[in-house]
Design a protein around this ligand. Sequence first.
Ligand code: NCD
Ligand code: ZN
Length: 404
Amino acid sequence: MDVFEGKSWISGQGLVNTCIGIDEGKITAVKKILKGDNHTKFEGIILPSAFDMHVHFRDPGYPHKEDWKTGSECAAAGGVTAVVDMPNTNPFTSDLETFNDKVSTASSKSVVDFGVGVNVEKDLTEQTWFDTIPAAFWKLYPYGISSAEYFSYAKEVLDKTSKPLVIHGEHPDHMHNEPLNELSDHTQNRLIAEPECLASMPSSPYLHVAHLSTLEGLNRMPKLASSEVCPHHLLLNLDNCHSLDCKVDPPLRTKKDNSGLYDAFREGKIPILSSDHAPHTIDEKRSDNPPSGLPGVETMIPLMLNEVSEGRLELSRLVNAMSEAPAERLGLDRGRISEGMPADLIMIDMKNSKPIDLDKLHSKSNWTPFEDWPAIFPSQVYRRGELIAESGEIRQEGGGQNLF
Ligand code: NCD
Ligand code: ZN
């Protein structure tokens, strides 16, 4: 048995001086005193690592933007040991074959554990594999379909499944992409897309709204549904971010939206933190028709740990939003430091806040909207008891497993 000793986050108790016993990747004991074969004492704090239920690792289809190796290395370096990949790859993940192919690619290349989302298309619920395929969830996009189709697909899936239906909650009628002169044009084009969409969504406990971005959208959340918010919708707005590179769906909004969403996040009304890691190359971003999306899986936890150290967020809320709540939402028993859980842990020195250095990040997209922002990166990251990243360096090749 390996033993990690240090101030550890124990749900319901907070930070407690304790020993964590680990055998074959699992936490087998949490006790004041433990003897093991290898005993490591950590100076900082020990937290459960993060589970990001919203990433785009672009594999298959767009290897110049990211792939399972580089995407998962971003995750690992940023304290995220499990992700769910979205289906908008090429080909889309929309049937048994594309699903199995993606799981097999991820199994051979990903250094973090993973799940795979399956796209909602016409007649999904008629497929023989519907509801038996081990998908993390169903994902519905508002691109390239009519609003009648969008809402009827949503209703049909919600009626027939108990797996989460994750929606990109912008109304299909507002998803056109006119050329932009400045970043605020994109926001302007989509001003009411989110509240209009959410107001028309059926309420269901199986519904999950991805990347909430507006105060009005928050107020129109369908009853019983859950939601997530991304760091860029809490921290970036049209005042502190002007670059067209920051075109993202849903768009950046106002300071007022940031603070309204942040209050709801603090209260747990928005339970889950996700990155919507959506990398594009800087050349693509600077082209005449820039795609939407920001990289973010590597900077998400470091930025939010800095928020904790500055007193703007409770550590208990962050741990819940990054580890416990996403696992629970997807029906997985993990995300806590307690007996029987996988030993997915991050070691943090809360005093080690440093400006984000682009050269140290792992994404192929090679840019970040958060360059020079203060952030606290984990000093060590353990996936099922194995050290996979240390001070930003990757320590393992692959080894990630499908969690579903
Ligand atoms: C996503 C992408 O690039 O895949 N972009 C984004 O701005 N969020 C697509 C999406 O989720 O809408
Ligand atoms: Zn996305």
